[in-house]
Structures are given as C-alpha cells and as structure tokens.
Design a binder for this molecule. Structure first.
Ligand code: MSP
Length: 521
C-alpha cells in the first residue's frame, strides 16, 4: 500500500458518517466578529439559518440552530482600542456580543444556542481537540515567515498581495517571522478530494466545489495554527507562550456548542452538523481546513457546507467606510420582519451574489405582498363575512393540486426563491379563480355555489399559510388567526395531516382583522 492509500485507509473511520435519520437537524451560521454591529449581510445568513430551522421544525424534526460570536481575534482588540476600551477588552467583548445576541432576538431568530468563543465550554473543547490532533502526530513546530492580514485573520502568500496590500481589505499586511505550530493540512489532500468526490452534496453550490477542488489540489499548504505572544486567544495546551490561531479555534465552535469536550451525550445526539451556512468569503476554511481538522481528530464530517453570495447595496460594495451598511433592525421596523425575510429570499438567488435595493424592497412589498397575498386574504375574508355569515362553509373535496412536492424539494435544496414561486403559483391561481368565478355575483343567484367557491379559497389560504411558515412565520400565524384557527395549536400539528386538503372545519368562525401588509409611509 502506498502512502496516499494508507492515509485514506487510516482516516476511513472518520469519513464514515453515522446514521443520522433520527438525530436533530443541526444547522449553523458562521460565528461573527464583534468588531462592529451586525449589518444586512450578517442578518441574511442568520435569517436563512432561521428559515431552515423553522422548515425542519415544521416537518416535525428537533432542530439545533447555533450562531454566536468569534471573539479571540486581533480585530476585537483593535476595535476595543479604537473606542478607548483597550484596557477592558473583556468588557468590550461582553457588550458587543450582547449586541449581536440582541439583534437576533429582535429579529425573532429561533437559534437554540448562542456560543461565544470566550466561554469556558469552548475552551475545554478546543483543548481536547488540539490534544487529539497532536496525538495523531499532525501538529509540528516550524518557523513561519510571511504576511498576516488582520482584516482576514489569515496568513497570505507574497503572491496573494497587491501592491504589498491585502487584495480584499486594501490594507497593509503584517510581516510575521516566528516559531509557530503547524497543522499538517497537506497530509489530508487526497482524503479531502476523495471525500468531496464521494459526497457530491458536501459543497454547494457547484461553482464553489470546483474552486475548492482546485485549491486543495494545487495550492493548499500546511497552515500555521498558533501565534507567538498574541494578545488574545486560547493558549496552546502545554505551551502558553503561544495562542491558538483564531480560525482553528473558531471553527471548533460547531463542535463545542453541542457539547464536544463537555457533554458527550449531547454531542453524540447532535453531531454531525447537517448544514453549515457560510458566505463565499470563508469557504476554504470550511471546505478544506475544517474537514481536514476533523479527520485528524477522528470526528465525523458535517453533511453539507452551503456558500451563499455577497450583497452589494444599490450596486456598490457594502462597507463601513462607504457608510452604506444597512442596519437590519432599522429596516425591519420600516417594513416588518417578514417582508424583509421575504425580500431577501425572493430577490437574491441563494448561492449567488445579489444586490440590495430599498426601492425594490418597497416595490415587492407593494406588489407581491400587498397586492397579491394581502389582497387575496382581504377579499376572501371579506366575502366570507358578507356571503357566508363569517363562517367556514363545507370544504369541497375537489381542488387543484397544491404543489407540496415541488415546494419540499425546493426548500430542502435551499432554493428558497423556487419554494416561494410555488407558493405564489397558488396565490395567483386563487386570485385568478376569484376573477373568473366572481363569487360576489354568484352569491346573488346561487348562494350555495358562492359558498363552495369561498370554502375552496379559505382552505387554499390555509395551505398557503403552511407554505409560508418557515419564511414568513408572523404572516402565517396572522393568516391562521384570521381563519379562526389558534396558531399555536396549528403549529403543533403533524405536517402531513396538517397539509392534507380539507383541514378547515365547517362552521369555524373567521376573525378578519387588519390588513397583513398595511401601506408603507
Ligand atoms: N468570524 C469569521 C467566521 C468564523 S466561522 C467559524 C467571519 N466573520 S464575519 O463576521 O466577518 O462574517 C461572517 C459572515 O457574514 C460571512 O461569511 C457571510 O456569511 C456574512 N457576510 C458578511 N458580509 C456579507 C455581505 N456583504 N453579504 C452577504 N453576507 C455577508 O468571517
């Protein structure tokens, strides 16, 4: 057996994933740097995580949804110094991390945990992991001479630089010459390539997969995983002069948040992750370094990493210095959380870059949400009040197919725009049905037929509410309530039963109230 073969054989165990069908669905976002407050780009990733979480809960699965903050970073120190908090970095981190946690609360994100890399549970897991990789013989001491960009928190090669600066941050890089600990990343080159080939779903979208394969095959080198005398960071076990490199530490949040190193039972229950959501900027860390680290420590690999694109604002790059970073809280208080969620998922094809424009958000609010969905509800409920005594008539058995299959496949493939298209097909067909059938006119000649039409429409609305649940949870609840249902009770129902045609009970009193999408000022 040659060397390559041997490596693949020895780590074979790590590549095999346990049967995960009954385990909770475990989804993560990147943990965010706390040198600034969240902007719409961060909210985008976190909202997608929430949509995925709500989807799986709707399907009856237990969900672990973890987000958090990446704090052992030089950026944090510099940000603290900038606001004269250099002598109280810990206090600064506590405050900033709380800002992030609060933002997600204010946006009604249903994360089940919020991990900080300065927590003790994280420290314990990182130490355990380091020791496991060290025991495998994959950590060695070497000297590092090269460039470091604090913006990226990454080591750059001379050939990466443009005019001596980091090409992403356009900032001076630091020359570093020191003895460091290295991780034998290149040992895993073949195993990584084999894994990616054997698990086509591991990296999405496909364009990113090619980029990663190229990188692993042609450019990947061993990586320095410690910084000598760094101001912040987790000390290297057994050599406290060194701090663990922030990315090596940060990636481990995905394990430590579910109990690695502190709660074995919880860890066994939740790991491996089903989905890591990341921006395209950090895909190398997640699709090369991270799986190699796990292989080294003998931990099963996550099932999927999905890299989404980046936002521009009205065609321009979003940045603090340009002053065009959009505050998600301010925006959601203008149009409502659900309209913001709808817009982000409908307008930007998940996985690709996209442009954010407040004007287009307002346009879609008025057309898709106000004119199409909002009006449908309003008309159906008003007509029910007028022509059916405000009560649900008997639901006719005959009906057009609700495209649940297409919807489910789109949601599970993270094609949120496509899932919304399916919902909108139903909404548009219902609006057309009203135009064609004219129930208000039919009511005069044939009240029974009018009631049948209305019953059909009311049940369609109930189906739509289920389809919208993961993406616009408050709107869905609003529809349930107006249909005379108790939203909390609805949400407890088994998905298959709940979405079978005919769930609305004859005689239920509807509760029409304010429009779902009031005019924007
Ligand atoms: N701390 C690291 C991640 C460690 S994960 C183990 C980091 N943090 S970050 O705060 O800089 O950014 C994290 C993520 O925010 C990006 O990967 C991306 O998901 C999201 N976005 C940041 N800016 C964005 C846009 N302009 N557009 C879309 N998403 C963006 O990297």
């Amino acid at each position: 057996m040659d060397d390559k073969q041997k490596i693949i054989e020895t780590i074979g165990g790590a590549l095999q994933r346990p049967d995960i069908s009954d385990k909770p669905y475990y989804v993560t976002t990147p943990i965010y740097y706390v040198n600034d407050k969240p902007h719409i780009g961060h909210a985008y990733t976190t909202i997608v995580g929430d949509v995925v979480s709500r989807y799986w809960r709707m399907r009856g699965k237990e969900v672990a949804y973890v987000t958090g903050t990446d704090e052992n970073s030089q950026k944090s120190v510099e940000a603290a110094q900038k606001v004269d908090r250099g002598d109280d970095v810990k206090g600064y981190l506590d405050e900033m991390s709380a800002v992030w946690a609060r933002t997600w609360d204010d946006l009604d994100i249903t994360n089940t945990d919020f991990i900080r890399t300065t927590e003790d549970r994280h420290l314990k897991g990182v130490e355990k992991f380091w020791k496991a990789v060290e025991a495998e013989g994959d950590i060695y001491k070497g000297s590092y001479v090269g460039w470091y960009c604090v913006g990226c928190e990454a080591f750059l090669k001379e050939s990466d630089l443009e005019d001596g600066k980091c090409p992403t941050h356009k900032k001076e890089v630091k020359k570093i010459e020191e003895e460091n600990y290295f991780f034998k990343l290149t040992k895993y080159r073949d195993a990584l390539l084999a894994y990616i080939t054997a698990h086509p779903e591991f990296i999405s979208p496909n364009s990113r997969k090619h980029e990663i394969i190229n990188y692993i095959r042609d450019h990947m080198e061993d990586i320095s995983i410690s910084r000598h005398k760094a101001e912040v960071g987790i000390p290297v076990p057994g050599d406290h002069e060194h701090k663990i490199y922030v990315w090596f530490d940060a990636l481990l949040n995905y394990l430590t948040a579910v109990g690695y190193g502190t709660d074995d039972e919880m860890f066994q229950k939740n790991w491996p992750a089903d989905l890591h959501l990341v921006g395209k900027d950090i895909i190398k860390f997640h699709c090369a370094l991270w799986p190699a680290m796990l292989m080294a420590a003998g931990v099963p690999l996550p099932r999927r990493v999905y890299a989404h694109g980046f936002f521009t604002i009205d065609g321009t790059k979003m940045s603090k210095s340009l002053g065009n970073a959009i505050d998600p809280i301010a925006l959601s208080s203008e149009v409502g959380i659900d309209a913001l969620r709808y817009f982000l998922l409908r307008e930007i094809s998940f996985g690709e870059d996209g442009d954010f424009s407040s004007q287009r958000l307002r346009d879609r609010y008025q057309t898709d949400l106000g004119n199409e969905l909002g009006n449908l509800c309003h008309r159906v409920l008003s007509m029910t009040e007028k022509n059916a005594d405000g009560k649900v008539p008997a639901i006719p058995a005959e009906h057009d197919e609700i495209p649940w299959e297409e919807y489910i496949s789109a949601m599970e493939d993270l094609k949120f725009g496509r899932a919304l298209d399916e919902a909108w097909k139903v909404i548009r067909a219902a609006n057309k049905f009203i135009e064609d059938e004219k129930p208000w006119a039919v009511a005069k000649e044939n009240p029974e037929k009018a009631q049948q039409i209305l019953a059909h429409l009311l049940e369609t609305l109930r189906q739509v509410a289920w389809m919208l649940l993961p993406i616009m949870p408050h709107v869905s609840e609003g529809i349930f309530t107006q249909l005379g249902l108790d939203a909390a009770v609805e949400l407890q129902k088994d998905f298959e039963d709940a979405t079978a045609w005919g769930g609305l009970v004859q005689g239920t009193k509807i509760a029409k109230s304010d429009p779902l999408f009031p005019r924007l000022s």
